[in-house]
Design a protein around this ligand. Structure first.
Ligand code: DC
Length: 225
């Protein structure tokens, strides 16, 4: 049976991973959360330098000591950094505040792009991120770009963080989202942008279910081609 590479890019807190997990589950595909990979590298750097600035030269030299892998099915996936499970640790506010800086560094993107392409080598994959349809798998047959109003996204992320036990004010979440969007969109390497052949969906006024139906219908169309 035909297998696709499905890419879901877009702004932070638009529900990319929720949709990607559901699609992967429904299709029996592998799910890869590339944001979690950038977060795991950020956590590694933070553990080396919890107080001062990140030493990017040192981080670049340490990349060959970093091993990232995923375990478990799409809806209960865990991420491991050098053998330690860090699924919750990578969602801490400290990591939220640093991750866009780390993700702007070319050697780090190069390192992760190689790993991401390896993960998708056999197709049958749903990968979400910021540059998956533009840089990592420009050849993918099925690409989506999700966006939404920033206050809707901040409320979403705020509730998500609370549920995970990370307390941060709604205002702080909003400020963080805005600055991350700006960094992600303006960086020189692989900036966040819609691939020319991606389908853009504004999810501000749509339920998770409605968005999923649209994505799934599109996937079925691509599978039928
Ligand atoms: O999706 P997320 O919030 O977990 O992503 C964390 C950060 O990683 C985000 O600020 C941008 C960056 N990122 C990226 O630059 N490229 C990707 N493919 C995925 C995430």
């Amino acid at each position: 049976m035909k297998k696709l590479i499905i890419t879901i890019d877009g702004h932070a807190a638009t529900g990319k991973s929720t949709q990607a997990k559901r699609l992967a589950k429904k299709l029996g595909y592998v799910y890869v959360d590339t944001g979690a990979m950038y977060r795991a590298i950020t956590l590694f750097a933070y553990q080396q330098e919890p107080i001062g600035e990140i030493d990017y030269n040192l981080l670049q030299q340490s990349l060959d000591q970093i091993q990232i892998h995923f375990e478990g099915k799409a809806d209960a996936q865990q991420i491991f950094l050098n053998g330690t499970e860090v699924t919750t640790a990578i969602r801490k506010p400290e990591i939220n505040n640093l991750v866009s800086q780390v993700a702007a560094k070319e050697p780090i993107r190069f390192f992760l792009k190689k790993l991401q392409r390896e993960l998708g080598a056999n197709k049958g994959i749903v990968m979400d991120g910021r540059d998956i349809g533009t840089v990592v798998f420009p050849e993918a047959a099925c690409k989506f770009f999700l966006t939404a109003n920033v206050s809707v996204r901040a409320q979403r992320r705020y509730e998500e963080q609370l549920a995970q036990g990370h307390e941060e004010s709604l205002e702080a979440v909003l400020t963080n989202l805005k600055s991350r969007d700006a960094l992600d969109e303006t960086r020189s390497v692989a900036p966040l942008k819609k691939a020319a052949d991606a389908i853009e969906i504004d999810v501000s006024d749509q339920t998770i279910e409605e968005v999923f139906e649209r994505l799934y219908a599109q996937v079925l169309e691509k599978l039928a081609l």
